[in-house]
Write a protein that binds this ligand. Structure first.
Ligand SMILES: NC(=O)C1=CN([C@@H]2O[C@H](COP(=O)(O)OP(=O)(O)OC[C@H]3O[C@@H](n4cnc5c(N)ncnc54)[C@H](OP(=O)(O)O)[C@@H]3O)[C@@H](O)[C@H]2O)C=CC1
Ligand SMILES: O=C(O)[C@@H]1CCC=N1
Length: 271
């Protein structure tokens, strides 16, 4: 049986924090607090009497102490959010989903002993199909790590990395990754217009092809290369298309540069 979820204080309930919070609510989150400037909208959206919705940490009632704090504001707002935490919260373990911000950076806004875990989730978490990857320093206790894993397993798949530096590549691949797929869908739909396909049909072709290919990739014992070869008849249509996409300057170099740019930006975000 899965571990029960810890009670939380979620700071920042926007696109990513909100997607995760929906999953946690669906998975029997104990009474928790959500701190977000958009308190009114969130109170309406989640229409829950069990959780506290607040525009500021200072409004959280004194009797409430979360088992964990989830930090989900934009990286530039991290220090402001952490330094505004009243002292009574500063011993709760903190899970940060922020891109780029290292444990050392976050610690400067907390105490020397606050347990800190970094997690990089992605937006398919909203439908339980997310990929979350976590890094914890060696001194973080097993129960805290287990509680973190239980939270993010509600949102899809979960993995640990041993070295914090790998979080840059994780962010570039799976954190930002959904945007690359959505952009591919956008491009295919735009190009489909040239072929006079009815738009609703084009939408179905693109969506179902991305969905079916992802599911096949996830469930098949074959490698991506083998699956690609199964589609590619000699001298056929796929071979014609791939002869364009597989040019070094086409997808291989473009994707390499894109991931490199994401990694570089992740490093810059720690400043
Ligand atoms: N979006 C994604 O796909 C992913 C994002 N992340 C990380 O998640 C974090 C959040 O990103 P995202 O959800 O896209 O951002 P959003 O801007 O959608 O959400 C952040 C929310 O926090 C609120 N907020 C900011 N500071 C405070 C504060 N001090 N007190 C209360 N509320 C506050 C913001 O309000 P306001 O609008 O008024 O600023 C906003 O509602 C980022 O650090 C990002 O790196 C990680 C993985 C994927
Ligand atoms: O674009 C960003 O910086 C965040 C981190 C990963 C996805 N969105």
């Amino acid at each position: 049986m899965q571990n029960p979820l810890p009670s939380l204080m979620l700071i920042g309930c926007g696109k990513m924090g909100g997607a995760l919070f929906s999953r946690w609510v669906e998975n029997a989150l104990p009474p928790s607090a959500v701190v977000d400037h958009h308190k009114e909208e969130l109170t309406q959206k989640f229409s829950s009497t069990q959780h506290i919705f607040s525009a500021s940490v200072k409004e959280i009632p004194d009797h409430f102490t979360p088992q964990m704090i989830i930090l989900a504001v934009k990286p530039a707002k991290a220090m402001e959010a952490l330094t505004s935490l009243p002292n009574r919260f500063k011993n709760s373990p903190v899970i940060s989903i922020l891109a780029g911000k290292t444990v050392a950076y976050l610690r400067a806004g907390l105490t020397p002993t606050t347990p800190i875990i970094r997690v990089m989730p992605n937006t398919p978490s909203l439908i339980g199909a997310g990929m979350s990857v976590a890094y914890a320093e060696a001194n973080i206790s097993d129960p805290i790590k287990a509680a973190c894993a239980a939270l993010f397993e509600c949102a899809g798949e979960f993995a640990w990395v041993e070295h914090e530096d790998l979080m840059h590549a994780v962010t570039a691949l799976s954190g930002s990754g959904p945007a690359y797929i959505f952009y591919l869908a956008e491009l295919l739909l735009t190009i489909a217009k040239n072929y006079k396909l009815p738009q609703p049909l084009a939408n179905r072709l693109v969506t179902q092809t991305l969905y079916g290919s992802s599911l096949l990739l996830k469930t098949s014992a074959l490698t991506p290369e083998e699956l690609r070869q199964q589609v590619t008849s000699p001298q056929g249509t796929t071979a014609a298309a791939l002869s364009v996409l597989m040019q070094p300057s086409a997808w291989p170099e473009t994707l390499e540069r894109a991931l490199q740019a994401a990694c570089e930006r992740s490093r810059e975000l720690n400043q």
